[in-house]
Design a binder for this molecule. Structure first.
Ligand code: SAH
Ligand code: SF4
Length: 394
């Protein structure tokens, strides 16, 4: 008999499941706490649950973790996990420790269909959507692994950014219950301001997110005009900049924060001149006569060979930031974390490329993982940084 993965449910879904088992809905809260707050997957150890419920759960349900293929730790304390999601696909999650917070960067899809020119996930094409349980499993694993590892009773992960592999708003139905679980006080209890969905601009889904589950929003802009954005972010041909900015303003009416974060990947000679910066200022100050309340996060491009693109030199990034800042647009330059373990933005390649050889590579990874997976890692005290990393809230 196939049993149900309880990580697929938000609290409401779990309550409905309990009802289907002939149990009271409120039992779901206890069960939800055991799973998410305590990291327990064995029903026999959930000692304060009614025995009848435990017995029913043992036959009807399970808590499905994702197998860890590899775990790498960067010299800066960043940890990257590669999770097996079956059929030769793998996705990555990255933990970024800082003094005042711990951020987990989470994947929403194996591959991505948007196909941005500067993104290695995009270059690999789309394989499949993750289920809610597979999105939540990344947080479930990372949080409880880190608590044990750091010998901490209290929460380690304070922020989640949906900036791993995939376009979260193209996997909306799985995303929303996962976000609700992240926010639920009986689970991870994260603040809406500390859960960020990053999107390349799926306009209709931005409206739905605002209505269904408003969290902090980051929009990957990357260009100040449609001609350039059409080329870098192909989704722009469907939802051009003016429509995207209208959607940002509509979202702000629901958002937990009073600004949108615009991400802008700095590409040498492509989108990084002072003129581009001036066009951006014009755009965000004057759009629809009112502008868009926003901050900019300039991301140094993380190169990969197939892109044919290069990172903008630092002086050009700083000059670009200066144009924005001097026009009154709050701008940060993202510090690259986890560079040495390919955990930086856009390097989350997972294992979706070249699927013909996927099984073979997976076997090799498994063999390699047998000595690296779950090997104790040392978490270095986080360094102070002036610039942002993946995370959005201090
Ligand atoms: N699909 C979503 C979220 C995942 S990508 C989105 O596009 O927003 C997360 C962020 O990493 C995006 O801002 C994306 O533009 C950026 N990114 C992708 N490839 C990158 C690269 N090679 N170097 C730097 N940033 C990159
Ligand atoms: Fe997909 Fe985001 Fe990469 Fe674009 S940047 S291809 S939307 S994951």
């Amino acid at each position: 008999m196939t049993t149900v993965n309880l990580l697929d449910f938000d609290l409401e879904g779990l309550a409905a499941f309990c009802e289907r088992l002939g149990e009271k809905r409120f039992r779901a809260t206890q069960l939800f706490r055991w799973i998410h707050q305590r990291g327990e997957s064995d029903f026999t150890r959930m000692t304060d649950l009614a025995k009848s419920l435990r017995e029913k759960l043992a036959t009807a349900a399970h808590v499905q973790a994702l197998p860890v293929l590899t775990q790498h730790e960067s010299a800066d304390g960043t940890i990257k996990w590669l999770f097996d999601v079956g059929d030769g696909n793998a996705v990555e999650a990255v933990f970024i420790p800082e003094d005042d917070r711990g951020t987990l960067c989470v994947s929403s899809q194996a591959g991505c269909a948007v196909g941005c020119r500067f993104c290695s996930t995009g270059h690999q094409g789309f394989s499949r959507n993750l289920g809610t349980g597979e999105i939540v499993a990344q947080l479930w694993f990372a949080e409880h692994f880190l608590r044990k590892h750091l010998k901490r009773d209290e929460r380690v992960i304070s922020n989640v950014v949906m900036m791993g592999m995939g376009e979260p708003l193209q996997n909306y139905s799985a995303l929303v219950p996962a976000l609700r679980t992240m926010l639920d006080d009986n689970a991870y209890g994260l603040s809406r301001r500390r859960v960020t969905v990053s999107t390349s601009g799926v306009v209709p889904m931005m409206d739905r997110l605002g209505a269904d589950c408003p969290v902090a929003l980051a929009v990957s802009l990357h260009a100040p005009n449609d001609a350039l954005r059409d080329d870098l972010v192909p989704l722009n041909r469907k939802y051009p900049i003016a429509e995207l900015l209208d959607a940002c303003n509509r979202y702000l009416a629901h958002a937990p924060r009073d600004f949108i974060t615009f991400e802008y990947c700095m590409l040498d000679g492509v989108n990084d001149t002072p003129e581009h910066a001036r066009q951006l200022v014009e755009l965000v100050k004057k759009h629809a006569g009112q502008g868009v309340s926003c901050k900019f996060n300039l991301i140094p491009f993380n190169p990969f060979p197939a892109s044919g693109l290069l990172r903008s030199p630092q002086p050009r990034v700083l000059a670009f930031a200066k144009v924005l800042s001097e026009a009154g647009v709050v701008t940060t330059v993202r510090k690259t974390r986890g560079d040495d373990i390919d955990a930086a933005c856009g390097q989350l390649a997972g294992d979706v490329k070249d699927r013909t050889r996927a099984a073979e590579r997976m076997a090799q990874r498994r063999a390699a993982a047998s000595d690296s997976t779950l090997r104790p890692v040392v978490i270095h005290p986080a360094r102070k940084t002036a610039a942002h990393s993946h995370s959005q809230e201090r």
